[in-house]
Structure formats: structure tokens, C-alpha cells
Design a protein around this ligand. Structure first.
Ligand SMILES: [Mg+2]
Length: 257
């Protein structure tokens, strides 16, 4: 049997947007490749900076595509950040979806409404398509009263079938500008979220697979893990840390390498 790139690893931390799917549609060959890896006994944990959906929602979507996935095999920046900001039963104002607010409450926080935001201990910012001026104002009130500022990540955009859509970083820029201070961002490329994903994958040789140099490759490097960049075109020089491997799409994991 010819050796393939995946043979070098026992498990994978796999990014979702731009790697497994775009805008809710699986990318060609992704489901087949991930199924084949699972059949070969490779352990897979999905790690996404998309803060809009709960782990169970993401797991159900993957399972529906033919990739049986328990919620425990999914790490989202929203779930990870929710646990961080909920520490100590803090009162938290969340800019985000109802699913993220529910995850933050499940993590032990007292989740405040916009009207209550003035007494928040912490603010958690994430991109969602219901973001509006009222949320920005509520965050401003919380910030003026000394609430700590956190964000699920800093990605400026995320890929959709018709191009890039504004992500958490774009919403965060508005909040940071209004508050005049910088948030603590908790998702990729910060090493802590990779450590959580790595623990869930288990031991052995684990690679980070993703489509963004500044998020996936930088994060994998900082977490001390080898990286596979999924990218159809050559990586321009000087755009950040070099990945250990580059494949045009996920099927490249099963190509000789
Ligand atoms: Mg991605």
C-alpha cells in the first residue's frame, strides 16, 4: 500500500468553515475523506471559530451529512469562551445568538438582557446576524461600569458560497472602538482552545487541519502541533507561519505524502 499523508498521524483537529463545508454545504470529497479516516481508526475532533451554534447543533449537522459525531467531538469558540466567561457564576452580557446565550448560561453564568447589561461583570462579543445598535449600546453601558471585555475570536470574516461575510472581528471592532479598549479573544489562534481540542482527540500524533494561516496554522504552531493547510492555490510568501503540509482540499490527506 502506498503511504499517504494521513498515515503520519493518529488523530486530527479539523477546522470546519472552508475545510469541511462552506455555508452549510459539504465541500467535494470532504465527507468521503473523513469517513475513510474514521474507518482507519483516526480520531477526529472538529474545532471551529464559528460562535453561532452550540456543539450539539454542529454535531447534528455533521451526523446528518453521514459523519457520526458526538457533541464531545466538537469544540467551538463559543462553547469554549462561554466556559471562560462563566467562571465564578459571573453576570455576563452576551452579544451573540440565542444558542450562545444558552451555552453561556449552561456553563454557569447569569446571562443578562440588554436592559440589565449595566451590572455585567463580563461582556462576551461574538459575530451574529442579529447584531445591532442596541447591543452595542448595552455593551457600552456594561463597559462604562467596568465589565471585562472578551470575544470568541478575532476572525474578520468567514467564507460563504457568495464570498466572505463579516465575522466576530468586525463586530468586535465596533465594540472595542466604542469602549476604547481591547478585548481578550479566546478562540483560535490562542493555544488554550487547541489544548482542549488536543485533549479530546487523545494521545498520539495529532495534526491541525485548517484553511487559514493566521488562525489554524498560527494556532497549531503556538500549540506545538504539526499543521496541514487546506488551500487550493499556492501560499504567498510572507503571509505568516509556514504550515508543515499543504493540500488542495481534504482529499489530499489520503494522497501519497
Ligand atoms: Mg476555516
Amino acid at each position: 500500500m502506498t503511504a499517504v499523508l494521513a498515515d503520519r498521524f493518529d488523530g486530527f483537529i479539523v477546522d470546519l468553515d472552508g475545510v469541511v463545508h462552506v455555508g452549510g454545504h459539504p465541500l467535494p470529497g470532504a465527507v468521503e475523506t473523513l469517513s475513510a479516516l474514521a474507518r482507519d481508526g483516526k480520531r477526529i475532533v472538529y474545532l471551529t471559530n464559528d460562535p453561532r451554534h452550540a456543539r450539539a447543533t454542529v454535531a447534528a449537522r455533521l451526523t446528518g451529512w453521514g459523519l457520526p459525531t458526538p457533541p464531545a467531538a466538537v469544540v467551538t469558540s463559543g462553547w469554549f469562551a462561554a466556559a471562560e466567561v462563566a467562571a465564578g457564576g459571573a453576570r455576563v452580557f452576551v452579544i451573540g445568538t440565542d444558542e450562545l446565550r444558552a451555552e453561556t448560561a449552561e456553563a454557569g453564568a447569569v446571562v443578562l438582557t440588554a436592559d440589565e447589561a449595566g451590572v455585567a461583570d463580563r461582556i462576551l462579543v461574538s459575530g451574529h446576524d442579529g447584531f445591532d445598535y442596541a447591543e452595542l449600546r448595552a455593551a457600552c453601558r456594561a463597559g462604562a461600569n467596568g465589565a471585562e471585555l472578551f470575544a470568541t475570536n478575532r476572525d474578520a470574516t468567514f467564507p460563504m458560497p457568495d464570498g466572505l461575510w463579516p465575522g466576530t472581528g468586525a463586530v468586535l471592532a465596533a465594540v472595542e472602538t466604542a469602549l476604547g479598549r481591547r478585548a481578550t479573544a479566546l478562540g483560535k489562534p490562542e493555544p488554550a482552545i487547541f489544548r482542549v481540542a488536543h485533549e479530546l482527540v487523545g494521545g498520539g500524533r495529532v495534526a491541525v487541519v485548517g484553511d487559514r494561516v493566521q488562525t489554524d496554522v498560527e494556532g497549531g504552531r503556538r500549540a506545538g502541533l504539526p499543521t496541514v493547510l487546506v488551500r487550493p492555490d499556492p501560499v504567498p510568501e510572507g503571509t505568516g507561519p509556514r504550515p508543515d503540509h499543504v493540500v488542495p482540499d481534504l482529499t489530499g490527506l489520503l494522497a501519497p505524502g
